[in-house]
Design a protein around this ligand. Structure first.
Ligand SMILES: [Zn+2]
Length: 439
């Protein structure tokens, strides 16, 4: 495990001269008004962990690309990154590396980070433990043969983790609780790999126009996010990724205009700060992402909560909740089951909150907490181990949400409020019943 840290820190040290961390802190909607608790330890992923988001304080994100190299599209991606002076992380498929080694050399020379995306890109839930181990090793071998360096970053094909048991020959019949990450965690630990997840997908395997994909991503990007685009498709050389190249150009331009800078995944991990809040049983809230801009009454506030839930936390009984209050009155709330028996480091939870029309312009409080289900109708709040204040049953985060004064021209015409009327989220159960009756 120490090897992983040393390699990552070494990479960061050699690359830091390229990084210009934006001094600006989150702007209009979320203003950081306090400090994190002093007893919170910095986020320090180890081999075997899944990293889907990294808590950082500045406007910095990591762009990642999967399934390459795949010409001519990977070279087009590299051209765009060169032109924009942006460095990214490429998760490569071993067979594709063997067929396009020059492209991989160009990545290394340009300072991009390289991760392993398996040798043949199989579904990990359909092959044996030994075959998964073989895929990780052969993928790393293919990269090391070209670059001279064995990668310490891994991303599993299709994001499917595979079964838990070492002796299993097939995943068919495994239970839901061990279908997800548990098996791959042990394998990655044994193979000295950090598994890199995703905060924001482009969903570029759909046939949407590039503008639709860009808009989807841009609504969800926040500091510390790991973004995913595809420069390849599985082991198919020449698969058309022209749309992804366009999405890249659009997303880069928009995020630069917002003051974002771009780093590789090792650099992002090296900048990690403490989680937002820590609860008992190892559960922590790594951070919250929200789009830029104030939200108008009747509008939708799209939050993304990045929870870290260890396997031993019996997470199928764990419910996270978000409350939006103004002057003591609840404006909107949402309860969400956090995960289903996985030991993922971070689980991206998208929470749309509709701000009611009655909300007055001005500041609101956002509070976040978690409860354990304890049989029918009962729940228990997790103890908080950070120094954040607790308001009733929720952790009060040091955030202020600003409700914009409605403009005479736009009041009530926000497209998101048209699509998602306020009543759809305002009739959730009261927080004291969090978890009760939910499946
Ligand atoms: Zn893939």
């Amino acid at each position: 495990m120490k090897d992983v840290r040393r390699i990552i820190e070494g990479h960061f040290a050699s690359a830091s001269k390229f990084c210009t961390l934006s001094a600006s802190i989150v702007s209009a909607v979320f203003a950081l008004a306090g400090c994190r608790g002093p007893e919170l330890l910095p986020f320090r992923p180890q081999a075997g962990d899944l990293v889907s988001y990294v808590p950082v304080s500045g406007r910095v994100v990591a762009l990642t690309f999967d399934d390459g190299p795949n010409e001519p599209y990977t070279s087009q991606v590299l051209d765009v990154l060169d032109r924009e002076s942006v460095r990214a992380t490429f998760f490569l498929v071993g067979t594709n590396v063997e067929r396009s080694p020059d492209t991989v050399r160009r990545m290394v020379q340009a300072g991009h980070a390289i991760g392993n995306h398996s040798y043949d890109h199989p579904r990990f839930d359909q092959i044996s433990y030994a075959a998964r181990r073989d895929e990780i090793r052969r993928g790393a071998d293919a990269i090391a043969a070209v670059t001279g360096v064995r990668p310490v970053l891994f991303r599993d094909p299709f994001g499917i983790f595979g079964p838990d048991e070492e002796s299993g020959t097939n995943a068919v019949g495994v239970t839901a609780s061990d279908r997800r990450y548990r098996g791959l965690a042990g394998l990655c630990r044994a193979e000295n790999q950090i598994n890199v997840g995703v905060s924001v997908h482009a969903y570029d395997w759909h046939n949407d126009p590039p503008e639709v994909m860009s808009e989807y991503m841009l609504r969800r990007v926040s500091p510390g996010a790991i973004l995913l685009l595809h420069d390849g498709h599985d082991v198919q050389l020449g698969f058309n990724r022209a749309v992804a190249v366009k999405v890249l150009e659009q997303v880069l331009a928009a995020l630069k205009a917002r003051g974002y800078t771009f780093v590789t995944v090792p650099e992002l991990i090296a900048r990690a700060e403490a989680p937002q809040a820590a609860f008992d049983r190892g559960v922590s809230l790594l951070g919250i992402g929200a789009p830029d801009g104030a939200v108008a009454p009747g509008g939708r506030l799209l939050l993304r909560c990045y929870w870290s839930v260890p396997a031993e936390a019996e997470s199928s009984a764990l419910v996270g909740f978000v409350h939006l209050r103004q002057r003591g009155h609840m404006l909107a709330q949402s309860d969400n089951v956090l995960s289903d028996g996985s030991d993922m480091w971070a689980q991206v939870l998208e929470v749309p909150l509709v701000v009611p029309d009655r909300a007055a312009p001005g500041a609101c409080e956002l509070s976040v907490g978690a409860t354990w289900r304890e049989g029918t109708g009962s729940a228990r709040r997790l103890a908080v181990s950070s120094s954040l204040s607790v308001h009733r049953r929720a952790v009060l985060l040091p955030y202020a949400v600003r409700i914009a004064a409605p403009s005479p021209n736009t009041a009530g015409t926000d497209s998101s409020s048209t699509l998602h009327p306020p009543t759809s989220t305002l009739h959730l159960p009261a927080p004291t019943a969090a978890g009760a009756g939910r499946s």
